[in-house]
Ligand binder design. Structure first.
Ligand code: PLP
Length: 376
């Protein structure tokens, strides 16, 4: 196995995707909200106990819906980590919102809840929690801060499907939550996402925003006799072919998660000697968090060491990759947002973090990856 290329990611397919796509084809209903979409919605609603789950064509789209539902107006501020994907911030900037970046915790690399209150101003409207690597933010503290300051909480749970915080599914704790089904995630449909509407107040409007600003969903359910333009919105729903693919994945979500967890645990155990020797640190999972093995990363002390590690792995045809470039340092982050406080942990993660290959099937190559790292 050691002479083969070991990619960072290889999308897993359960084998049922094509037969469900054939079924969607046979049904002759290819637009959104057909039978497969309904199955996916029900699965999400049962799994997360959310008031309403709505498939979208990406997590980015779900975040854009969240920004509209939060009624973000020009100049409204939204507190979030800088160590995140562009869409976390961009969705709010599209509405004229101002991302206010705060540092992350050194253990989970999630937003540091102790730094949020210092960033609140009279213009603050919402807090976005990004559950990095599918490990929960400290949600009790964050929900408490939000309640005291009358703010909305939007969970960017792009990486968090099947993870929990104190037994509660990620994405179901804040007022709104978002998932990604991009091919790099645990449960996939190529591109894809979902919005969880956990607060009843947003349910009706969420359906309208997702259907181009119309009340078409009510019309199809026979609740109104014609549909019309009610609000701003866009076309955020995926077609049935995507939902059919996703359904094949959802059916196997527990076993996919368990297999990923086995791989994660193997990395964790095998790399302990490197942590003991002070060469890197492994992920830290707080007691209250059940994660989903979305990612296995290690953190080196600095950029130079990480660059050497990437080159060392690449020389053995192993692809390991760094992650986010801090948004507060990006051209748009600087122009449209601002950072509050020091960004020390954000910089350390941006410079030192390295993600190892984690996909179903990597088991056959995992010892090669581990041996190569042990030799670093
Ligand atoms: C934290 C976070 N939010 C949002 C996204 C965007 O997801 P999508 O590609 O489904 O739009 C990603 C993608 O990796 C992400 O990591």
């Amino acid at each position: 196995m050691s002479n083969e290329k070991i990619p960072f990611n290889r999308p897993y397919m359960t084998g049922k995707e094509l037969s469900y796509i054939a079924e969607a084809h046979f049904n002759g209903m290819l637009a959104g909200d057909g039978p497969f979409t309904k199955r996916c919605h029900e699965w999400l609603e049962v799994k997360t106990a959310t008031k309403k789950a709505l498939l979208t064509h990406s997590c980015t789209a779900a975040l854009e819906m969240a920004a509209i539902l939060a009624n973000i107006q020009p100049g409204d501020e939204v507190i979030m980590p800088s160590y995140t994907f562009v869409s976390t911030a961009n969705a709010f900037v599209l509405c004229g919102g101002v991302p206010v970046f705060v540092d992350i915790r050194s253990d989970t690399l999630n937003i540091d809840e102790a730094k949020i209150e210092a960033a609140i101003t009279p213009r603050t409207k919402a807090i976005v929690t990004v559950h990095y690597a599918g490990v929960a933010c400290e949600m009790d503290s964050i929900m408490d801060i939000a309640k005291r300051h009358n703010l909305l909480v939007i969970e960017d749970a792009a990486q968090g499907i099947m993870s929990t915080y104190k037994g509660r599914p990620l994405g179901s704790i804040g007022h709104l939550g978002t998932y990604s089904f991009h091919e790099t995630k645990n449960i996939i449909s190529g591109e894809g996402g979902a919005l969880l509407v956990n607060d009843e107040r947003f349910v009706e409007r969420a359906e309208i925003v997702r259907e181009k600003g119309t009340n078409r969903s009510l019309f199809f359910r026979g609740q109104v006799d014609k549909y019309t333009w009610m609000d701003i919105g866009s076309s955020y729903l995926p077609g049935e072919v995507i939902a059919a693919f996703l359904w094949a994945q959802m059916e196997e979500a527990p076993s996919i998660t368990q297999k990923r967890m086995d791989i994660w645990q193997r990395y964790h155990a095998a790399l302990a000697p490197l942590e003991d020797a002070g060469k890197l640190r492994r992920p830290i999972i707080p007691e209250d968090c059940q994660h989903n093995a979305h990612m296995f990363y290690v953190v080196f002390a600095d950029l130079a060491t990480r660059s050497k590690a990437i080159a060392h792995l690449r020389a053995a045809d192993i692809s390991a990759v760094f992650h986010y470039v801090p948004l507060h340092d990006s051209p748009v982050g600087k122009a449209r947002g601002r950072a509050v406080g020091e960004m020390t942990q954000t910089r350390l993660a941006a410079d030192g973090l390295l993600r190892l290959p984690l996909w179903l099937g990597v088991e056959a190559y995992q010892q090669t990856v581990v041996d190569r790292l042990l030799a670093f």
